[in-house]
Design a binder for this molecule. Structure first.
Ligand code: BGC
Length: 740
């Protein structure tokens, strides 16, 4: 039967010359058979209810529309059995065009990985790619074809709750990480049973929401747009990302969802993108409150003509496009183009051959949360933990700490470890809390004493006394403090990003006992914690680490893994410093002497410097840099130069170092940042050993948008910096770019 089917399919897909038809030809053939209603159907995307299974996952009305060929894709339905049952309805439609199933698979599906910002802290591109790979394998086995990730929005404002979803503040790092995630999700290519179509979002500028308030307006100069916000999107187009999602915000007066410049001029024409473009949830309808369209009809018209091809949940394409075509306001060809991009993906996935290809219950059972996936979740969680401080080498914990007190509102938490983007509520049974992780790992004979101390965000001090007693009776204190899972994420902007509630007061009380204190800080964003930074003995920034949080934390606390993460985003001292990022401009009155702030670019009530800079992070070992060598100190505009240096592990432990390369264009036709990350290498070096690191500097790294917004390399002096962090440059050299 199967063989017969395959032969029949092959025969059907041969063209009149007996050659195998290309996907484009098959798309054209199908398009020629479609009515206008069926075409409009393909560009509708509706949401299901992720708590329901089988056909009940969508309303009876949607089921009916699916059977009539009026729905192209669904989101928020998952599971092999459920997706299969819904696909059966699509097979009842006249042309049997299969549905696409989409889902926000942001940091894992069943096995939850660290939030994307945490993974970015690993600076481990292979691991980040693998995390997306595993997530894709799990989700695709549950019938999902398409993930709404990666988010590649650069963010310089930690008040914005969605900072957790991206790769932080830096364009270079963000571009590399975005591309890695696309590679991971799309694996061996769209159509492989373990791959998902990736989606670059939110196009564009969403990360610049004014005042860090979600959905707010953005006002971004052309220069900043092209230098800071657009490159990660361009990078994922080059990587072959299958889809794009428009952003909610308006950008310089034009909402991104109705922005022809972005969606057509830049994305399609300049970058040559050929995949699908979906609106964000209800964003077409939001063109009305934006003041960009007077009603749903105008909103639908403007969005489609701008290049927003799929309507996620605003129902405005469904209700207005036919009339707009009949009125002559929209040429049907525009709809055909949009449908073409969708059908292409459906063919690429192989859904016309087998609409149930991804709905494989056996594979789903074997894949979801399997042991290998869990082991990897633990590995990448440990890689995401940033060691911010380690006074007197409290860490790694040794056997001398017999009595260990475990304090804080997050110590026994499970749900918070999962972070904000865990769509399917799988229950907490497979999440390892910090307490459980430490309990499993603590050496025999160690005594653990727990006291919660306080809640995450109330003002109730009644637990302080017991927590202080517990601390006094121990050899070392470990505190798990921070945000709950729903304090950072979409629509979770904060004006006060300090440790919520009275948590820092509890830290003060515990530090006052004089015991060595290790503070674990858990959050989806950079928080402010100036007092803790100055007074706690050791600090680990653990973000939200996913299922294996507790085990990974224990791995780091006990030195089974030597921390090597680096901040992908600045941690400010106070909200008043925001926006604060490392690649700022020098200004005409730079602050040179912290003690002299008179009429220079400085605050009279705070240092300019952050609490912790971009690129910062410690290890249990120490590294020494030497022997900076450049193949030449003069470089022709089109030449490439080699830079080398030596890095020695001078501490007691084997460990990884992230060697960071920064450049500064000293004087140019427009002012340039004080430094920009242009390369990095994460290397493992055994205690006592030395390794050589090499970077190549060519025109790609030296170029920028000149005064005429033309990407170019200008002659002149550049400062080359190699450092352990953006504020810890250890080797410098001047280079001169010359005309050759
Ligand atoms: C978010 C998107 C997400 C979509 C679908 C929106 O609210 O902004 O990032 O992909 O919902 O869940």
């Amino acid at each position: 039967m199967r063989v017969f089917f395959s032969i029949a399919l092959l025969f059907l897909s041969l063209n009149i010359y007996g050659q195998k038809e290309t996907i484009s030809q098959r798309v054209d053939t199908l398009l020629s058979q479609m009515t206008l209603d069926e075409k409009i159907g393909q560009i509708n995307q509706f949401s299901g209810n992720w708590e329901q299974t089988g056909p009940k996952a969508v309303t009876p009305q949607i089921l009916d529309e699916i059977a009539q060929g009026r729905v192209g894709s669904l989101l928020n339905v998952h599971g092999a059995a459920t997706t299969r049952s819904l696909q059966q309805y699509a097979m009842k439609s006249r042309l049997k065009i299969p549905l696409l199933f989409a889902q926000d698979v942001i940091h894992g599906y069943k096995t939850t990985f660290p939030i994307p910002l945490a993974e970015a802290a690993s600076w481990d591109i292979k691991a980040i790619e693998k995390s997306a790979r595993v997530a894709a394998a799990e989700a695709s086995s549950a019938g999902i074809h398409w993930t709404f990730a990666p988010m590649v929005d650069i963010c310089r404002d930690p008040r914005w709750g969605r900072v957790m979803e991206g790769a932080g503040e830096d364009t270079y790092l963000g571009s590399i990480i975005g591309a890695a995630r696309v590679r991971g999700f799309q694996g061996n290519g769209i159509g492989s049973t373990d791959a998902l179509i990736a989606c670059a979002k939110h196009f564009a500028g969403y990360g610049a929401s004014m005042a860090g308030r979600d959905y707010n307006t953005t006002d971004i100069s052309d220069r900043t747009l092209w230098e800071v916000y657009l490159p990660p999107f361009e990078s994922v187009v080059k990587e072959g990302v299958g889809s794009f999602m428009t952003a909610f915000n308006d950008l310089n007066g034009v909402p991104a969802t109705g922005n022809k410049y972005l969606l057509t001029e830049v994305l399609r024409k300049k970058w040559g993108f050929t995949g699908m473009v979906v609106s964000d949830w209800g964003a077409i309808g939001e063109l009305i409150p934006h003041g960009f369209a007077k009603d749903g009809k105008e909103a639908a018209c403007k969005a489609l003509l701008a290049g927003c091809e799929i309507d996620m949940e605003s129902h405005l394409y469904k209700n207005n496009l036919k009339q707009l075509v009949l009125d002559g306001e929209i040429d049907e060809k525009v709809i055909v183009e949009a449908v073409r991009h969708i059908l292409y993906k459906k063919f690429e996935l192989g859904l016309f051959e087998d609409p149930y290809k991804f709905s494989d219950e056996k594979r789903e059972k074997e894949t979801l949360g399997n042991a290998a996936n869990k082991a990897f979740a633990r590995e990448i969680a440990a890689k995401s933990i940033v060691l911010l401080k380690n006074n007197n080498e409290i860490l790694p914990l040794t056997k001398k700490y017999k009595k260990i007190s475990l304090i804080g509102p997050l110590m026994k938490s499970k749900a918070d470890m999962r972070g904000n983007w865990s769509i399917v509520r799988w229950g907490d049974s497979d999440i390892v809390s910090p307490y459980e992780g430490i309990q499993k790992r603590a050496p025999k004979g160690a005594e653990l004493i727990y006291s919660k101390g306080c809640e995450i965000s109330t003002n109730d001090r009644s637990g302080f006394t017991q927590a202080i007693e517990v601390a006094k009776n121990s050899d070392v204190v470990i505190m798990a403090m921070g945000e709950s899972w729903n304090m950072t994420g979409e629509a979770k902007s904060r004006t006060d990003i300090s440790l919520p509630g009275i948590q820092e007061e509890l830290i003060k009380e515990i530090v006052a006992t004089g015991k060595p204190v290790v503070v674990l800080l858990m959050a989806g964003r950079p928080m402010t914690f100036e007092w803790t930074a100055a007074n706690a003995g050791s600090i680990l920034y653990t973000w939200w680490l996913g299922n294996e949080a507790g085990n990974a934390i224990a791995d780091v606390l006990y030195g089974d893994y030597n921390p090597a993460a680096r901040l992908p985003i600045t941690i400010p001292r106070s909200v008043g410093q925001i926006p604060l990022f490392y690649n700022n401009k020098n200004t005409g009155r730079p602050l040179i002497d912290e003690n002299n702030v008179s009429y220079v670019s400085a605050y009279i009530d705070s240092p300019n410097t952050p609490l912790y800079s971009f690129g910062y992070g410690l290890s249990y070992t120490r590294f020494e840099y030497s022997d900076l060598e450049t193949s030449n100190t003069k470089i022709g505009k089109k030449d490439t130069l080699t830079v080398k240096c030596k890095v020695k592990n001078i501490g007691k432990y084997d460990g990884e170092e992230v060697v960071q390369l920064y450049l500064r264009d000293i004087s140019a036709s427009v002012t340039r940042p004080v430094k920009e990350l242009k390369g990095f290498d994460k290397i493992f070096i055994k205690a006592g050993e030395t390794k050589e690191v090499e970077f190549k500097i060519g025109k790609e790294l030296l170029a920028f948008y000149d005064i005429n917004m033309k990407r170019t390399v200008e002659c002149g002096m550049f400062e080359l910096m190699i450092g352990q962090a953006s504020d810890k440059i250890v080797l410098r050299e001047m280079l001169e770019v010359i005309k050759l």
